[in-house]
Write a protein that binds this ligand. Structure first.
Ligand code: NAD
Length: 498
């Protein structure tokens, strides 16, 4: 293998693996191949999983005080060095540096939440539930757990899971996206520096072969997956059929409703930020703007005003928006714009002809605004995952709500209004997991849980917050009675309280 092969992480050090299969990793702003990521064989995957399994007994028995001290240290190191990680993310994903730093900060919040694990794991205690009988509950780690992450947040999405998993006493195998695999190795080194024992955090680079081994291997006790809906569905059904606990977060098609009474300047700012930030490669990006009543012309004009000056370019040079992750993805997104145009939608801002501040071979597509989109167009029905904002015009709130509730996805949504009653009605009626009221990307803080409804999440447990603590632990209830002569005697009946 060549020098720029990106390998695995095992037992606290790099592991090259035995596979001669690799996939190219590119810098999306230049189009150049910068490395080859190893694609693990089944044997490689088993070796990494075995490391996590071997490390589990000692880690689960490590005191909460010692575990917490390591998480605190990891947090301090991450905070001090996050600029390095942001550069790695920008070089392989393409998002601008400030956005890469933002993703790290959102992940860091979960690390900070996990620092409170002693409090989060506290059980209940009931004294004298029956005479001289006490009952208490404890939560214990599961064992080695698998995390499978998508390309669009190579640091934040793994950090939704591993801080809590590790703090709760589990060991981890992370299978990152093969499109931007290096961030995971940087994180692994940081854990090493923080004093995490070898084998507690491992990285397995690969494709379906690695994923399938994680889903089927009996040592792995749970799977946390984030990615597209078809793969999430596959991961959920395969993992659960192998007896594992699975949370599988899928794709999205997020709508924002703008009511006629909304502050249209605020709404226009929000649509630009949420539609084009990270080149639309966010599962919480707004891709459908539903303009209610007669405001559409004015709102579209305000969005155009804000979109035209945006600079698309190399994320290291101060651009507003970076390239798309691969050439194939760029071309696919552009083909959706072509299809929308052919179907009769109005291309108001055309990103296909953008003059980017970056390499000639970069995967460029500028912010694209499309008006008069109808619900039968593929640009509306499909998750596009690019900087494309579609405007759908409707007459009433009820029509807007019906659009969202009949959509197969239910990740995030937002309403823009100054009417508290309308907002309150919306939060009650809309069938979506995360809702913004005058907030376009309502990603909950780490102490709440992140997750959508319908085809945006398979399983019943969302990421981080108390749901994350529950996912990575199993409960036990203990009923105890210490010997007391007064309770001697035979009684074959089911115990009754006395
Ligand atoms: P993806 O589904 O292609 O890949 C996700 C992971 O699955 C990767 O690690 C990949 O290697 C693996 N994988 C891909 N094909 C596989 C197969 N056939 N069998 C087994 N494993 C396979 O997703 P992506 O393109 O990396 O990420 C973008 C998608 O992720 C979008 O749909 C986006 O909405 C979604 N996403 C959702 C959330 C959320 O919270 N709901 C967050 C981020 C991204």
């Amino acid at each position: 293998m060549s020098d720029n092969t990106i390998g695995h992480w095992l037992d606290g050090k790099p592991f090259a693996g035995t596979s001669d299969k690799t996939a190219p990793v590119t810098n999306p702003a230049t189009g150049q191949i910068t490395g080859q990521v190893a694609l693990a064989t089944v044997e490689d995957a088993r070796t990494v999983i075995a490391s996590a399994a071997a490390a589990f007994p000692a880690w689960r028995d490590t005191s909460l005080a010692k575990r917490t001290a390591i998480i605190f240290k990891f947090r301090e190191l991450l905070n001090a060095k996050k600029g390095e990680l942001a550069e790695i993310i920008t070089a392989e994903h393409g998002k601008v540096l400030s956005d890469a730093l933002g993703e790290i900060s959102r992940g860091q919040e979960v690390v900070e939440f996990a620092c409170g694990i002693p409090h989060l794991l506290k059980g209940g205690f009931t004294e004298n539930a029956s005479t001289k009988v006490d009952i208490y509950s404890i939560r214990q780690p599961l064992g080695p757990v698998g995390i499978i992450s998508p390309f669009n947040f190579p640091a934040m999405v793994p950090m939704w899971f591993f801080p809590i998993a590790i703090a709760a006493g589990n060991t981890v195998v992370l299978k990152p996206s093969e499109k931007d695999p290096t961030a995971s190795l940087w994180i692994a080194e940081l854990w090493e520096e923080a004093g995490l024992p070898p084998g507690v955090f491992n990285v397995l680079q690969g494709d379906k072969v690695s994923v399938d081994e994680l889903l089927e291997n009996t040592s792995i006790k749970s799977i946390s997956f984030v990615g597209s809906t078809p793969i999430a569905q596959y991961v959920y059904s395969t993992g659960t059929s192998h007896g594992k606990r699975v949370q599988a977060l899928g794709g999205a098609k997020n709508h924002a409703i703008v009511l006629p009474d909304a502050d249209l300047d605020l709404a226009a700012d929000a649509m630009v930020n949420a539609g084009f930030g990270s080149a639309g490669e966010r599962c919480m990006a707004i891709s459908a703007l539903v303009a209610v009543g007669n405001i559409a012309d004015e709102l579209v004009a305000k969005i155009v005003e804000r979109t035209t000056p945006l600079v698309t370019g190399d994320g290291t040079r101060g651009a507003d928006m970076g390239p798309l992750v691969t050439k194939a993805h760029r071309d696919k997104v552009a083909s959706y714009v072509d299809a929308g145009e052919a179907a009769g939608a109005t291309i108001v801002v055309d990103g296909r002809t953008v003059q980017a501040d970056g390499g000639e071979d970069g995967f460029w597509l500028g912010p694209t605004l499309i008006d008069n989109v109808t619900t039968d167009m593929s640009i509306y029905t499909d998750e596009i995952f690019g900087p494309v904002l579609s405007v759908v015009r409707v007459d009433t709130y009820d029509e807007a709500l019906e659009l969202i509730n009949s959509n197969p996805y239910g990740n995030g949504t937002a309403i823009f209004t100054n009417d508290g009653g309308a907002a309150r009605r919306f939060q009650n009626e809309v069938e979506v997991g995360m809702i913004g009221i005058n907030v376009p990307i309502p990603v909950p803080m780490a102490y709440y849980s992140f997750g959508g409804w319908k085809n945006s999440l398979f399983g019943d447990t969302h990421a981080h917050g108390m749901e994350g603590v529950h996912f990575f632990t199993r409960g036990k209830a203990v009923t105890s009675r210490w010997l007391d002569p007064s309770h001697r005697g035979i009684n074959l009946g089911f115990p009754e309280n006395d």
